[in-house]
Design a protein around this ligand. Sequence first.
Ligand SMILES: [Mg+2]
Length: 370
Amino acid sequence: MSTPRIIVHCDLDAFYAAVETLHHGFDDKIPLIIGSDPENGRGRGIVSTCNYAARKYGIRSAMAISEAWRRCPGAPYGTAIYIRGSRGLYSRASRKVMKILKQPAEFFEQASIDEAYLDVTTYVGGDWDAAVALCRDLQSSIIKEIGLSASFGIASNRILAKMASEINKPKGIFRILPDELSDFFEGRDVRDVPGIGKKRATQLHEWGITTVDEMYAYGELSLARITGERFAAWIIRVYEGRTSSEISPLRSRKSIGKEHTFNYDRENYQIVLENLLSIVRRVMKSAREVGVSGRLAEVKIRYTGFETHTHGRSIPVSMDDDEVFTSLAEKLFANNVQPDKKIRLIGFRLGNLDTPKTKQTRLLAILEEE
Ligand SMILES: [Mg+2]
């Protein structure tokens, strides 16, 4: 068997709440709820997320905002802080964190706005103690440079690393060594395994199975009779540490796109085109940041009255060049825009993603010759 990879999963702690706390200078001991307007307890929306102080009152994501208010009212009836939240703040903070996390990773994958996988096998020379030290360094860099707290899980594959990052949250670091798997799973609730939801857990409970080791003890064949073959085979692989350790930005992304809605519908195509080209540059910047290139360019035009068209074109090899894609986008726009209509929205999407191993800048010359 080949030597196991050393995979790190980093998950920021109560990310949105932490970013807002930092930005507004809130006291993190005061419950902070991010979501729709509570309207003094009569609001009909939901909680999008909250900080740890609010979680102590049992407030959770997706709870009715009125229920959160009942548990922990805001001014003038209580001390909790309710805010709507601001996307821009989160993506800026996320970008700074990812920049730090990327450095020691031979393979890097941003899994969501506040989560990333790193393959650090080479960086730590296969040393599991060095991996713990590295996570400690990354954790303190993220606190020192950005002011956010993060938890880390270290294991030989993705799913185990993800489970490990949950163990000592917040500000946790937890390592599962490849030969400690059966200890780790002993008495561990089946719900702790990502991918096992409420329905599956209930089904297992009916057979008296509540922990992962009980599930394994059933054996693949008996378990398959309860859960189906696919699940049984998968959970056995999880228990034995035989699931994927492949870290690749392509796993989390199918395409990268951005769009812009104008304040009022535009008929000046020069302005629309300038907007489009700046969107293309931003998309390509994101692509390079996450380490992908693409083969498909797609321009989206929405006219007054929501009539929407997308116009696409593929190139023979995947690339991450500004020039290639600004020139493609410009052509797609010029060839397809309907001159008698006003434009409400313009967008660009890079698809058919790939990791850039070879770069063929000569393609630019080919495109220009047309
Ligand atoms: Mg998180």
